[in-house]
Design a protein around this ligand. Structure first.
Ligand code: SF4
Length: 722
């Protein structure tokens, strides 16, 4: 057991708050870790939410898996590691022999460290030979990533550090409830206001974050694209464009302008429900200060037009000269702990490490050389997350899942659950027996954050070192061990180290010269510095890799001593990462959600999170303190809708969509639009919100439409209803 204080980071969301862990005796001869404040980490300056504070509870063997499990006679029963690994290799091999390598699927998670995400992508393509790998981060930030790449040539959640937020003039927060998803980040908005800046929150609900706003707009779910277009229309009509900036730093303005001009404010008011005076006030607040930011999150992104919606908000920034300038810009608030890094290093269906494209011959050559394989042996791009899950039981016959719980988190979840049951073989590596693991043929118990070392990349693009603080319990192995052992059993003995630093050294080489270049980052630097922002090439900008300049590194970024690149906290200050250095406007037009309310399903459902649970809840639902604070799902509805239905507070309500039915108690509040109901998505079973959600996909990002679908709300006969 280590005895000293270990500075590390929270296992949950993309803020990756710093914390100290100290082992203390547990009174039974063992030890537990205590979380204490780590004030030196600038992102959270010591503050933690309840999830971070209680994270050590999950290290206890009382709530976690401590032995591999194999299904025998229909039941999952304890087994030895060799037997369990043999069974997985056997299941995958049989599928590969009988149906070809692409019948084997791999499904990763946005919580995996960079080292694990990198190794999982390499395992799929080199050891298994399948193109069918994707991860649950697809459900998180893929629309913002696609929109950012289209406009700027590069996707990094925030192109500036969080510390810039209080220094801007106005923040427009679109579809983010920071007060519940990342409470310590709320202070950046408080400081913004203390400095005289203003906050506009756009959300169909008057959330705790919206309560902090100077102006709250509550559009109908699924209409953020129209809203952004209407604002751009007014910017043009009121002569608030920055023509010199448009000329010097952008392309495609005329087409984008023409599209926006078709969206008259009165038309936008009819679509969104946001009044013309509110639209005008938004434009005034956004345009009057010298600098401003737009920050989007899952609200506008988790739509079947999420990429276009992000593009429309970026257009607004570009037209007003508010991107690639100090304290101005567009950013996405990534959600999952390593949602950013997880998408940069190869577990996404179309990508190779370093944010390289799998269909780019030069990228394939570079990565194949690092991996010591023939570039032609690398499979091409595979299916996106929902498409992969939907193909289970037909084209996909066996699946390996790491750190993901799609039974709760995927859209149309009852269908996904049924598809999982139809697989020939399912293996899951996780910390707990999640709802997905409970369906598996083999389950492997793996180490978690405090028991292992690895890097993550937070929402700012800051690469961080999470250090091991304690020894894992007997019987538990790391994901890297699992991958190495499976690769060996599939005939690939070399190339899958289990030491995270050794993996990171290889990742550095694989990412060198890519958009997300980590080649100048080392464990030593990460231990000494409070994270390093990518791109961080091994040489100074202009050196052999020449990447930082192409990615928009700021002037003077190469001023590090002795040729050490300092990292790139602020992107695009000199140029954007497009071939001509200009940001690209995208011409986009409003279109409705894939499902509009009708007579049978007259209400809109939107989904989201609550402060005391995290994602599918597999971890946080096992923490007593968090369960006490957020014990179960609910249906939030407006008093007018409640009155129409004759519903009282707390009464069980059935919410029915074309995909299924969920039941949860009514929570009546004026904080939501009367045409909309809200459900949090953290719970399985009867109250599972994702039973209802619509898997209609964005054509570019392949993001499902979690944020808007048509439902009807009913009282439940015999349970408070008539
Ligand atoms: Fe952990 Fe996120 Fe809470 Fe910070 S805000 S303590 S990173 S869950």
């Amino acid at each position: 057991m280590q005895t000293s204080v270990t500075p590390t980071h929270c296992p949950y969301c993309a803020l990756q708050c710093g914390m100290n862990l100290t082992p203390v005796p547990d009174g039974d001869g063992g030890s537990v870790v205590e979380v204490t404040e780590r004030a030196d980490f600038p992102v959270n300056r010591g503050a933690l939410c309840g999830k971070g504070r209680t994270a050590p509870a999950l290290l206890s063997s009382r709530v976690r898996l401590t032995s591999p499990l194999i299904r025998r006679d229909g039941e999952l029963r304890p087994a030895g590691w060799d037997e369990a690994l043999d069974r997985i290799a056997e299941g995958l091999s049989r599928t590969r022999t009988e149906h070809g390598p692409d019948a084997c699927g791999v499904f990763g998670g946005g919580g995996l460290t960079n080292e694990k995400a990198y190794t999982l992508g390499k395992f799929a393509r080199v050891a298994l030979g399948t193109s069918q790998i994707d991860y649950n981060g697809r459900f998180c930030m893929s629309s913002a990533a696609a929109g950012g790449i289209k406009a700027f040539g590069l996707d990094r959640g925030l192109p500036f550090p969080l510390e810039d937020i209080p220094r801007t003039g106005c923040v427009v927060l679109v579809g983010s409830n920071l007060a519940e998803t990342m409470p310590p980040a709320l202070r950046y908005l408080t400081e913004l206001k203390e400095n005289g800046g203003t906050l506009i929150v756009i959300d169909p609900r008057r959330t705790r974050t919206a309560e902090q706003a100077d102006l709250h707009l509550a559009p109908r779910p699924g209409t953020d694209l129209a809203l952004a277009l209407g604002l751009l229309h007014l910017v043009v009509a009121e002569g608030r464009t920055d023509e010199a900036y448009i000329q010097e730093r952008t392309s495609g303005w005329e087409e984008a302008r023409a599209a926006a001009m078709a969206h008259w404010p009165e038309y936008v008011e009819r679509i969104t429900g946001v009044s013309v005076p509110q639209l005008r006030e938004t434009v005034r607040m956004f345009c009057e200060p010298e600098s401003a930011m737009v920050l989007t999150a899952r609200g506008p992104e988790q739509q079947s037009k999420g990429t276009d919606t992000v593009g429309a908000w970026i257009n607004l920034c570009l037209a007003t000269g508010r991107a690639g300038r100090p304290f101005s810009g567009y950013g996405c608030l990534t959600g999952q702990g390593n949602g950013q890094g997880g998408r940069e290093h190869g577990q996404k269906a179309d990508q190779l490490p370093g944010y390289r494209k799998l269909d780019d011959p030069a990228a394939r050559r570079h990565v194949a050389e690092v991996w010591g394989v023939d570039p032609d042996s690398l499979p091409g791009p595979g299916r996106s997350a929902y498409e992969l899950l939907d193909a289970m039981g037909t084209d996909i016959r066996s699946l390996l899942v790491m750190a993901s719980n799609p039974v709760v988190s995927a859209p149309r979840a009852a269908h996904v659950e049924e598809r999982l049951r139809s697989l020939d073989f399912l293996a899951v590596a996780d910390v707990v027996l999640s709802e997905t693991a409970a369906l598996a043929d083999v389950v492997l118990p793996v180490t978690q954050w405090a028991e292992e070392t690895g890097t993550t990349t937070n929402l700012e693009g800051r690469v961080l070192l999470r250090k091991q603080a304690i020894t894992p319990p007997e019987g538990i192995r790391s994901d890297l061990y699992v991958i190495r052992e499976l690769a060996a059993r599939l005939g690939v003995e070399k190339g899958f180290p289990t030491d995270p630093e050794e993996v990171f050294e290889e990742l550095r080489r694989a990412s060198a010269g890519g958009a997300a270049d980590y080649s100048g980052i080392t464990y030593r630097r990460l231990a000494e510095e409070n994270g390093v922002f990518w791109p961080c090439p091994a040489e100074e900008p202009g050196g052999p890799t020449g990447v930082a300049a192409g990615a928009g590194a700021p002037a003077g970024a190469g001023a590090g001593a002795g040729g050490v690149h300092p990292g790139t906290p602020r992107l695009f200050l000199d140029r954007f990462a497009t071939p001509d250095g200009r940001a690209r406007f995208v011409a986009v037009n409003h279109r409705p959600p894939a499902e509009e309310p009708d007579e049978e399903y007259p209400v809109l459902l939107t989904t989201g999170r609550v402060v005391s649970q995290y994602q599918s809840g597999a971890q946080t639902r096992r923490v007593d303190e968090l369960n006490a604070a957020a014990p179960g799902p609910f249906v939030e509805l407006h008093p007018r809708l409640a009155e129409r239905l004759g519903v009282v507070e707390g009464e069980p309500l059935a919410v029915v969509s074309r995909r299924g039915r969920a039941v949860a108690p009514a929570r009546i509040t004026t904080a939501i639009r009367a045409d909309t109901v809200f459900m949090p998505f953290h719970w399985p079973g009867e109250g599972r919100a994702n039973t209802l959600t619509n898997p209609a996909l964005d054509p570019v990002s392949r993001m499902p439409e979690f944020k808007a679908c048509a439902v009807r709300v009913e009282r439940v006969a015999g349970r408070g209803g008539r």
